[in-house]
Design a protein around this ligand. Structure first.
Ligand SMILES: [Zn+2]
Length: 231
C-alpha cells in the first residue's frame, strides 16, 4: 500500500514537472506582437498560373498558414486577410490591416517569369520611411534561408506602388518569395509534401524575429510632437 502511494506521488510530481514545459511556449521576439499576414490573390484572381495545376494563390495560402503556425507557437497575435479561397480587393486588405491595429503587414506572393529557368527572391516596399527597412530585413532572411537553391538570384528590394503598401499605416511589405514559374520550384512546390512551403515560411518567420529583435522597430515619438518627452 505504502509502495503504491509512493509510486503515485512520484508519478504525480513527474507530471507536474513536465506540464509547464508542454503548456507554455517559449517567449521570442515576436511574442505578443500583432502581425497581419496577407496571402496574395485568391478566388477569381489566380496570380501566376505558370506552374501547371498549382496556381500562385494556393501556394501563397499554404505558406501563409505555415507561417501563422510558426508565429502562434511563439504566442504572436496573427491575423490573416484571407484563410480560404476568397477574392479580396487591395482596399479590403489594407483596411483589414489598419482597422485591426496590425504592427506589421506581410503580403506573401510568388513571382512569375516567361523564362522557366529564372528563380530568386524580390522584396517590394511602398513608402521608404514606413516600409523599406522592414522589407529589407524580411528579404535578407529569405535570401539567407533559400540561396542554396540552384541558380537562385538575389533581386534585392525595389519600390512598388501597391495600395496594400501605400494605404496601410504600419510597416508593410510584399515578398515575391520565389519564382513559381521556375521548373525546379514548380516541381518542389508540387512534390515536396509541403517542405518547400515550410522552408519559405521558416525564412519569413526568421525575418520577423530579426525585425522585432531590433530596437528601432518600435515606433519612436517624432521630436517636437510629444512635448512631454522633451527635457
Ligand atoms: Zn502574386
Amino acid at each position: 500500500m505504502r509502495r503504491s502511494l509512493l509510486i503515485f506521488f512520484i508519478t504525480l510530481s513527474a507530471i507536474l514537472f513536465f506540464i509547464p514545459k508542454i503548456t507554455y511556449s517559449l517567449e521570442t521576439a515576436v511574442t505578443g506582437h500583432k502581425i497581419i499576414l496577407d496571402a496574395g490573390h485568391g478566388g477569381d484572381d489566380y496570380g501566376s498560373t505558370a506552374c501547371y495545376g498549382l496556381p500562385e494563390k494556393e501556394v501563397n495560402l499554404q505558406i501563409t498558414n505555415k507561417l501563422k503556425t510558426l508565429l502562434e507557437t511563439d504566442a504572436a497575435k496573427v491575423l490573416m486577410t484571407r484563410s480560404d479561397d476568397s477574392t479580396h480587393s487591395n482596399n479590403y486588405r489594407y483596411t483589414f490591416a489598419n482597422s485591426n491595429g496590425g504592427e506589421v503587414l506581410v503580403s506573401i506572393h510568388l513571382n512569375g517569369s516567361s523564362n522557366v529557368f529564372t528563380d530568386g527572391t524580390l522584396g517590394l516596399y511602398g513608402k521608404i520611411g514606413k516600409d523599406k527597412a522592414f522589407t529589407q530585413v524580411l528579404h535578407n532572411a529569405l535570401w539567407v534561408g533559400l540561396n542554396y537553391t540552384p541558380n537562385f538570384i538575389d533581386f534585392g528590394v525595389t519600390n512598388f506602388a501597391s495600395g496594400v503598401l501605400l494605404k496601410s499605416t504600419m510597416s508593410a511589405t510584399i515578398q515575391e518569395t520565389v519564382f513559381i514559374s521556375n521548373n525546379y520550384e514548380c516541381d518542389l512546390l508540387n512534390n515536396s509534401g509541403g517542405e518547400r512551403q515550410q522552408q519559405i515560411a521558416q525564412s519569413l518567420y526568421n525575418g520577423l524575429i530579426n525585425w522585432f529583435s531590433q530596437p528601432q522597430s518600435t515606433p519612436t515619438p517624432k521630436p517636437g510632437k510629444n512635448k512631454q518627452t522633451l527635457n
